[in-house]
Design a protein around this ligand. Structure first.
Ligand SMILES: [Zn+2]
Length: 318
């Protein structure tokens, strides 16, 4: 049976038009027309503002870059974020590129859900995917994609045939490992969209921070990092929007501190990089409720505007 027929998506508009019984239900269906974030200019929509804990009642880490109503770039795909992607009104067929900071579960678990959903859209172009290289603990970006969709050993190898170029409903994923240092490296460019990265410290996990330039605006994503080294400041220099991860409170010690940066470090980086606006995301039970303390620590070092992210928040970049 033709896969397109099984989806039923191509015939639903006709049903809406001609079947009275469907009119009411169709009227309540969210659609791309409901999308309002980034309809003009550049904006970042938060698809996941939480960490790994489900009790924070937030999707895990993910962000969507909009330009003039087009979804252009997704940064990370933590658990729950694929639902938020749908709620945003975005289409996978619009995306130019998918970027990963690292492959912890809370940054990558919804990747196969995004890809499977995209099969019901009319994407023909390849989808470039960039992320870190691997080590003994973590897969590289190429391995990560292959671990899901590889023909022989992929967990979802039943879908491997869907990603053969030229087949109906198929497109090719193009994963790349980004070997970066503390000096920003240019990774991707298409039209007015470009991305560069630095390596950041996040325990033993290969991790990147990303600088996305789109429509003349600069958006920087810290990803998860303890903030050590000069790379993130260099990457974030003069950013219009800096999205930093507020995973630990001030005074954190031990493994928490070795993996994540406290508010004082975030504030210092924002100040040193002269960013125009700071958004705090990756909010966890240990930081939720401590916003006043967090803001106070940041204000000791950085005097620009600070916002705390919630799922589906839209941050226009001006
Ligand atoms: Zn994380």
């Amino acid at each position: 049976m033709n896969r397109r027929q099984t989806s039923g998506t191509s015939s639903s508009p006709a049903r809406c038009r001609y079947l009275v019984s469907f009119l009411l239900s169709c009227a309540f269906l969210p659609s791309a027309a409901a999308q309002t974030c980034g309809s003009q200019g550049v904006a970042v929509q938060v698809l996941g503002s939480g960490g790994p804990e489900l009790q924070d009642k937030r999707a895990s880490s993910s962000y969507l870059g909009w330009e003039n109503g087009q979804a252009r770039v997704v940064m990370d795909a933590g658990g729950g974020s694929a639902l938020r992607f749908g709620e945003s009104g975005a289409q996978m067929s619009q995306l130019e590129v998918l970027l990963f900071t690292h492959f912890h579960v809370d940054h990558s678990a919804d990747f196969p859900a995004l890809i499977k959903s995209s099969w019901f859209e009319d994407r023909k172009r390849p989808l470039p995917i960039y992320g870190p290289p691997g080590n003994d603990f973590m897969p590289s970006t190429i391995e990560f994609v292959s671990d899901f969709f590889g023909e022989e050993h992929g967990a979802y190898r039943y879908l491997s045939e869907l990603f053969v170029p030229g087949e109906e409903g198929s497109y090719k994923m193009q994963p790349h490992n980004v070997v970066a240092s503390s000096t920003p490296v240019a990774v991707f460019r298409r039209g007015d969209l470009s991305a560069s990265a630095v390596r950041v410290l996040h325990g033993a996990v290969p991790a990147l921070a990303w600088r996305v330039e789109v429509g003349g605006k600069i958006i920087v994503f810290s990803g998860d990092t303890n903030g050590e080294g000069e790379g993130l400041v260099r990457l974030a220099m003069n950013a219009d929007l800096f999205i930093a991860h507020n995973a630990v409170p001030e005074g954190a010690v031990g493994i928490e501190r070795r993996l994540h940066m406290p508010p004082s470090v975030i504030g210092q980086i924002a100040e040193d990089a002269k960013v125009k606006r700071l958004v705090l995301s990756h909010r966890m039970l240990r930081t939720l409720g401590k916003e006043d303390q967090t803001q106070a620590e940041i204000k000791k070092r950085y005097l620009g505007p600070v916002a705390f992210a919630n799922d589906l928040d839209c941050f226009p970049v001006r």
